[in-house]
Design a protein around this ligand. Structure first.
Ligand code: COA
Length: 156
């Protein structure tokens, strides 16, 4: 079982789609399908990282980039792997990737009541920049918009 110091974060490949779908099913009420994950991982604009525990996927983060803008679509860690710093490592890997791509910011939506995720993003420097009313279904909930600005020449 993965320990706090283990470093098994790697880029996802299409072969990971089944494991990603399994994480989705166990972590979200409206999960992405294996087919759409397969397609998304293979897109050039996408950037996915997984936490790989000897062949079992413990968690993942997915994002896509448009010009100098980075959008995080999902992050999830299986319940039995939580509170060991895996999500933090996944986000740090994505931030390094965003910097390599010279992105100006990384942004995301999170359920307004998802305190663990909001705490996680705040710990890594994301700020609350807005709210989208009734954005989520099952159950209906507002989205909190959060952004991490990366470049010094950003618009303040
Ligand atoms: N309560 C409060 N803060 C929490 C928390 C919790 N249950 N889980 C994580 N955090 C915050 C803390 O600030 C923590 O830092 P600390 O350990 O120094 O206190 C920081 O996040 C890093 O935690 P980490 O161990 O890396 O997180 P994790 O690997 O357990 O994964 C989630 C966190 C949110 C990805 C995980 O709970 C999850 O998969 N949830 C379900 C899916 C989800 O909601 N994804 C977000 C969609 S936008």
């Amino acid at each position: 079982m993965m320990q706090k110091s283990d470093n098994l974060i790697r880029k996802a490949v299409t072969y990971d789609a089944r494991g990603l779908a399994e994480i989705e099913k166990r972590c979200f009420s409206v999960p992405w399908s294996e087919a759409s994950l397969y397609e998304t991982v293979s897109e050039k604009t996408s950037s996915f990282f997984v936490a790989d525990d000897n062949g079992e996927l413990a968690g993942y983060i997915g994002a896509y980039f448009v010009l100098d803008e980075g959008y995080i679509t999902n992050i999830a860690v299986l319940p039995e792997y939580r509170r060991r710093g895996i999500a933090e490592k996944l986000i740090r890997s994505l931030i390094a990737e965003a910097e390599a791509r010279e992105a100006s910011f990384l942004t995301l939506e999170v359920r307004a009541g998802n305190a663990p995720a909001i705490k996680l993003y705040e710990k890594l420097g994301f700020g609350r920049v807005g709210v989208r009313r009734g954005f989520y279904t099952e159950p209906c909930e507002d989205a909190q918009l959060m952004t991490l600005f990366l470049r010094k020449d950003r618009i303040e």
